[in-house]
Design a protein around this ligand. Structure first.
Ligand SMILES: Nc1ncnc2c1ncn2[C@@H]1O[C@H](COP(=O)(O)OP(=O)(O)OP(=O)(O)O)[C@@H](O)[C@H]1O
Ligand SMILES: [Mg+2]
Length: 355
């Protein structure tokens, strides 16, 4: 795969506080890459460094192999769409979209053509002469995306562009964005703190916390094989419980030996055991690897969210069948659905785990 952007050893502090820490990342041509992480972890800062709105304290940004670290935003072959739509309120939709092209002194026919193409792309034909404040949030965001696309950037940077929209509209816009991505064939760098959005849209997800990359990979590998407890916890809900890896293929949780598929840990190593709520099954009390009391059952539409308390641990279970609050229930799990992780070693990792 061809690399289009390369971040080398990027660090950034504000007021003595490290926000991005020695970060390295390669971004490939035409991929949809998502920066995902909790609020304040440095996603927007990183995007602003790529876009040229912020200069890193150390490191370099390379575009097609050339150092662009100190190049101004308008000289970069990329375009940023910010969370706030930032349309010009006194211009109509067509003039908003045409703005960049007029600055570049393109001729009228060319501009007209491009504006129509972009409006079709974002499903906004017929809105040419509307003013931004007469549009819904989703429509304004479409115009902002159209305005970016007419400039034919090679890379489109999107900072939580759907954050202000309600769930239904957001999902609709997610599909539209994927369609646009397919049609125009450019690189998308997308920022969100919404994990389901990231899982839906991305070719590759970069999970960040405290300015450090925790894991990168395609959505399935991030979801199925989180590399540490932070990622497991952040991507979907997880049960994370202390365990002891007795030997290859055998882990002990709360005094019970449970078959698993993991190997290569030290004998009796203390580990984090991660189990997804949807991988747990409710069985007769006394069967399975644990038995406890059903504390809570919440109907979620597609499934029931069930809490079962076993000793000092409360398990989260997603099940198609309800359980009776107050009753006893057993829990079972398939060995391949158990994930074993090393406990964090450094204090850095501990900080990450605690958050
Ligand atoms: N110009 C600035 N001056 C001082 N501190 C800043 C500046 N820009 C960002 N920060 C701080 O850097 C940290 C990371 O901010 P950033 O905007 O990158 O987070 P984020 O991951 O985008 O979060 P969110 O999901 O809330 O948008 C925050 O603590 C923020 O307060
Ligand atoms: Mg942000």
């Amino acid at each position: 795969m061809d690399t289009i952007l390369e971040l080398q050893n990027i660090s950034k502090s504000f007021d003595g506080k490290t926000i991005i820490k020695e970060l390295n990342l390669e971004i490939y041509k035409n991929e949809f890459i998502t920066l995902l992480g909790p609020s304040g972890c440095g996603k927007s800062t990183l995007l602003r460094i790529i876009g040229g709105f912020e200069t890193p304290d150390t490191g370099r940004v390379l575009f097609d192999g050339k150092d662009i670290t100190n190049l101004s935003p308008d000289k970069r072959r990329l375009h940023t769409v910010f969370q706030k739509y930032s349309l010009f309120p006194h211009y109509d939709v067509a003039d908003n979209i045409a703005f960049g092209l007029k600055l570049k002194k393109k001729d009228k026919a060319y501009i007209e053509d491009k504006v129509q193409y972009a409006l079709r792309l974002v499903n906004m034909e017929g809105f040419e002469h509307r003013k931004p404040d007469s549009l819904s949030g989703g429509q304004q965001q479409r115009v902002a995306i159209a305005r970016a696309i007419v400039n034919e950037p090679e890379v489109l940077l999107l900072d939580e562009p759907l954050g202000a929209l309600d769930l239904k509209l957001r999902q609709e816009m997610q599909r539209e964005l994927m369609k646009i991505k397919k049609e125009v064939g450019i690189t998308f760098i997308y920022v969100t703190h919404d994990q389901s959005e990231a899982l839906t849209m991305s070719d590759r997800i970069i999970v960040m916390n405290q300015g450090i990359i925790q894991q990168m990979g395609d959505p399935k590998s991030i979801y199925d094989e989180p590399q540490n407890a932070f990622v497991a916890d952040f991507i979907g809900e997880s049960n994370i419980i202390d365990g002891i890896m007795l030997r290859d293929y055998l882990v002990q949780i709360q005094g019970v030996d449970i078959p698993c598929v993991d190997i290569g840990f030290a004998p009796n190593e203390k580990v984090d055991v991660v189990i997804r709520p949807e991988d747990l099954n409710i069985v007769e009390p006394g069967r399975g690897f644990a038995t406890g009391r059903v504390m809570e059952v919440i109907y979620q539409g597609a499934y029931y969210d069930i809490r079962v308390s076993c000793g000092d641990f409360e398990w989260a279970i997603q099940s198609n069948n309800p359980a009776m609050p107050g009753s006893m229930a057993g829990l079972s799990i398939l060995p391949e659905n158990i994930q074993i992780m090393h406990k964090p070693r450094s204090s850095d990792e501990e900080i990450i785990e605690k958050n």
